[in-house]
Structure formats: structure tokens, C-alpha cells
Design a protein around this ligand. Structure first.
Ligand code: HEC
Ligand code: HEC
Ligand code: HEC
Ligand code: HEC
Ligand code: HEC
Length: 242
């Protein structure tokens, strides 16, 4: 992981941990205590699989609790009291709000998008978990387009049939960007250049989550050009280093 991500992550983790201390003084997290039980492996396979998926996710590893997304009462060991309202916050329409409570940047961009308007009115649009998964959040790339965009954007529906190809191209560019960015972050010593790269990356994230594909495309091209130049310098540094 690169230093900037690591720093961001540590800040987030610290915030999550601090929030956790307030509850852990009163009681263990009952959701976790119950749901991690091995007995479900035999008695309730689905429940066990959900926990396994969560445990391996970034959220599981960094201590984002079940109740952070589901609500409910994490201090109660009573089945019905603990589960009060646990499906409400994770219902399809409420998901962006729930995830957005921690991921403000993405939520702010998503909020003004056409997808969100459709989501609020008719429901036929992707939300955060369509692309990232829920219990097992991850950042998917090409599989996003193959598994989700084409469901709604195709010749038959006539709703933006060119979108999948365009999105796939952009996401492959973002993939390259992520690789170069890691390398440059590791070897570049120029804070001004790094700030420029990070600002541009933020704009990419912003335009992407607002589905302004034209703006993402322009921004990714700009960023790639900048990174390619820096990569050459970074590789030079690496050679001296090795
Ligand atoms: C006493 C053990 C226990 C505790 C405490 C507990 N759970 Fe569960 N949970 C279960 C079991 C068992 C099920 C399977 C459904 C059932 O039998 O009611 C379940 C089901 C669920 C479901 C699926 C509900 C549905 O309607 O499909 C969610 C979501 C869930 N739990 C979240 C939580 C959260 C969040 C907490 C803490 C706030 C929590 N659980 C605390 C044992 C527990
Ligand atoms: C990052 C947010 C997030 C966290 C953390 C999280 N969940 Fe979930 N969970 C969701 C969302 C969103 C859904 C509904 C969409 C889906 O099924 O994929 C869901 C679905 C579920 C379901 C299936 C409910 C059903 O009947 O379809 C269970 C069971 C569950 N969660 C339990 C838990 C438990 C137990 C924890 C903690 C160990 C937990 N979740 C942590 C977001 C989260
Ligand atoms: C209680 C706060 C909280 C909530 C609620 C939450 N997250 Fe997160 N999420 C985090 C933290 C902390 C990280 C790790 C630091 C980071 O990458 O930003 C993270 C990381 C991520 C990542 C990056 C994963 C990776 O592999 O790098 C994605 C994607 C993500 N969350 C999506 C979601 C989605 C989708 C939801 C709602 C279902 C959600 N989050 C709800 C706190 C939260
Ligand atoms: C569940 C259906 C659904 C899925 C899945 C879906 N979309 Fe959409 N999308 C829509 C709808 C509905 C609209 C609004 C169409 C309109 O009214 O112009 C839309 C609009 C758009 C627009 C135009 C936005 C604008 O402001 O004009 C873009 C770009 C877009 N989607 C990209 C994507 C991408 C990329 C994916 C996959 C990652 C995706 N969509 C997945 C339903 C979907
Ligand atoms: C149409 C698919 C799609 C939807 C819907 C979507 N995302 Fe993303 N998300 C992506 C892609 C692709 C990336 C990687 C590129 C980037 O960073 O912008 C990403 C990146 C992220 C990241 C940063 C992960 C990292 O460390 O690189 C977070 C956090 C995140 N999304 C959260 C959310 C939240 C919260 C929502 C709902 C409000 C959401 N996303 C909706 C596709 C989507």
C-alpha cells in the first residue's frame, strides 16, 4: 500500500476504533459474538457464508461493525431485540445513504447523478452494492461492466447502448492509473507533483461516481499523461535505489 492510502486508512481506522471504544466499554458487540459462531456452519449455511465474506473484507479487517451498516442493538443478546430494524438501513433505496455516511466523497457525487434520481423514483438503477458488493466489499473493474452495466444499457433497452464499451475503456485506464500511481507514490519525492496527482485522482473518483463519463475520460487521459512522465523518473530512482 502506498503512503497516502496508508495515512488515509489509518485516519479512518482511528476514527472507527474511537467510535468502537464508546460501545465496547458497555458491552462486547453481540452481533459479532453470535454471528461468528461455528454452529451456523452446519445449522445455517447462508448465515455462516455471510459472516465469512464480511470477515475477509476491508470492513471486517478494519473493524467496521455489523451495526455500522445494519443498525440494530449491538448490546443485546436477545434475538429479536438485537435485530430490531436490521434490514431497514440496507434496503436497496437506503444503501447509498448508509454507505455514504462514511464514504462522503463518493456519496456526494452519486447523489446528483441520474442513477440516484432513478433509484429514488422507480428503483431501476445501480447503487453502491451493485458495483462493490455489500458484505464482501471490493473494488471491481471489468467485471462491473460485464455483470452490471449491460443489464440496463444495451440495444434492446435503447438506454445508452454505447455506455458499456465506454465504461470498460475508462475502467481499464483507471486500472493502469492505479498501478502507476502506486509506483510513483513510492519513489517520487516531489510533494507538489504528488498533490497534483492526488487532486486529479479525486476528480476521477468524483466524475465516475456522478457518471459523467465524458469528464472522467478527459481527466483519466490527463492523469495518465502526467503519471507516464513521472513513472519514467520514478523508475530512474528505483534503479538508483536497487
Ligand atoms: C443471539 C444471537 C444473535 C445476535 C445477538 C445477533 N444475531 Fe443476527 N441473526 C442470528 C440468527 C440465528 C439469524 C438467522 C435468522 C433467525 O433465525 O432469526 C440472524 C439473522 C440476521 C440477519 C438477517 C435478517 C433477515 O431478516 O434476513 C441480519 C441482517 C442480522 N442477523 C444482523 C445482525 C446484527 C446487525 C446484529 C447486532 C445488532 C445481530 N444480527 C445480532 C443470530 C444473532
Ligand atoms: C458495509 C456494510 C455492511 C456491513 C459492515 C455488514 N453488512 Fe450485512 N449486509 C449489508 C447489505 C447492504 C446487505 C443487503 C444486500 C445483500 O444482501 O447483499 C446485507 C445483508 C446481510 C444479510 C443477509 C440478509 C438477507 O436476508 O438477505 C445478513 C445475514 C447480514 N447482512 C449480516 C451481517 C452481519 C452479521 C454483519 C457483521 C458481521 C454484517 N452483516 C455487516 C451491509 C453490511
Ligand atoms: C462505519 C463506516 C463505514 C460504512 C458505513 C461503510 N464503510 Fe466502506 N470503508 C470504511 C473504511 C474505514 C474503509 C477502509 C478505508 C478506505 O479505504 O477508505 C472502507 C473501505 C471501503 C471500500 C474500499 C475497498 C478496498 O478494497 O479498497 C469500498 C469499495 C467501500 N468501503 C464500500 C462501502 C459500501 C458499498 C458500503 C455500504 C454497503 C460501505 N462501504 C459502508 C468505512 C465504512
Ligand atoms: C438497473 C439499471 C441500470 C444499471 C445496472 C446501470 N444503469 Fe446507467 N442508467 C440507468 C438509467 C435508468 C439511466 C437514466 C437514463 C435516462 O433517463 O437518461 C442511466 C443513465 C446512465 C448514464 C447517463 C448519465 C447522465 O447523466 O446522462 C451513464 C453514463 C450510465 N448510466 C452509466 C452506467 C454505468 C457505467 C453502469 C455500470 C457500471 C450503469 N450505468 C449501470 C440504469 C442503469
Ligand atoms: C457503477 C458502479 C459504481 C457505483 C454505483 C459506485 N461505485 Fe464506488 N467505485 C467504482 C469504481 C469503478 C471505483 C474505482 C475508481 C475510483 O476510485 O473512482 C470505485 C471506487 C470507490 C471507492 C474507493 C476505493 C479505493 O480505495 O479506490 C469507494 C470508497 C467507493 N467507490 C464507494 C462507493 C459508494 C459509497 C457508492 C454509493 C454511494 C459507490 N461507490 C457507488 C464503481 C462504483
Amino acid at each position: 500500500m502506498n503512503p497516502v492510502d496508508l495515512l488515509n486508512r489509518s485516519i479512518m481506522v482511528a476514527a472507527v476504533l474511537l467510535a468502537g471504544i464508546a460501545t465496547s466499554v458497555m458491552a462486547e458487540d453481540s452481533c459479532m459474538e453470535c454471528h461468528k459462531s461455528e454452529t451456523y456452519r452446519i445449522e445455517n449455511k447462508k448465515l455462516y457464508e455471510y459472516f465469512q465474506r464480511y470477515q475477509g473484507s476491508v470492513h471486517g479487517l478494519l473493524g467496521v461493525g455489523c451495526a455500522d451498516c445494519h443498525g440494530g442493538d449491538p448490546q443485546s443478546t436477545d434475538l429479536s431485540a438485537a435485530h430490531e430494524g436490521v434490514m431497514e438501513k440496507v434496503s436497496y433505496r437506503n444503501i447509498p445513504d448508509t454507505c455514504g455516511s462514511c464514504h462522503e466523497t463518493q456519496w456526494e457525487s452519486f447523489r446528483d447523478s441520474k442513477h440516484n434520481q432513478v433509484l429514488k423514483n422507480e428503483g431501476g438503477a445501480p447503487n453502491c452494492v451493485t458495483c462493490h458488493g455489500s458484505m464482501d466489499v471490493d473494488v471491481y473493474f471489468t467485471s462491473i461492466v460485464k455483470n452490471t452495466c449491460v443489464l440496463c444499457h444495451n440495444e434492446e433497452t435503447g438506454n445508452g447502448p454505447d455506455i458499456p464499451a465506454q465504461a470498460e475503456h475508462i475502467l481499464s485506464q483507471i486500472n493502469v492509473i492505479k498501478g502507476y500511481r502506486g509506483l510513483v507514490q513510492k519513489y517520487s519525492e516531489d510533494p507538489k507533483v504528488m498533490a497534483k496527482i492526488e487532486n486529479s485522482y479525486e476528480r476521477v473518483t468524483h466524475y465516475w461516481h456522478g457518471f459523467d463519463l465524458h469528464k472522467v475520460e478527459v481527466e483519466t487521459e490527463y492523469l495518465l499523461r502526467m503519471l507516464r512522465e513521472e513513472k519514467v523518473k520514478a523508475l530512474e530512482k528505483k534503479r538508483q535505489h536497487d
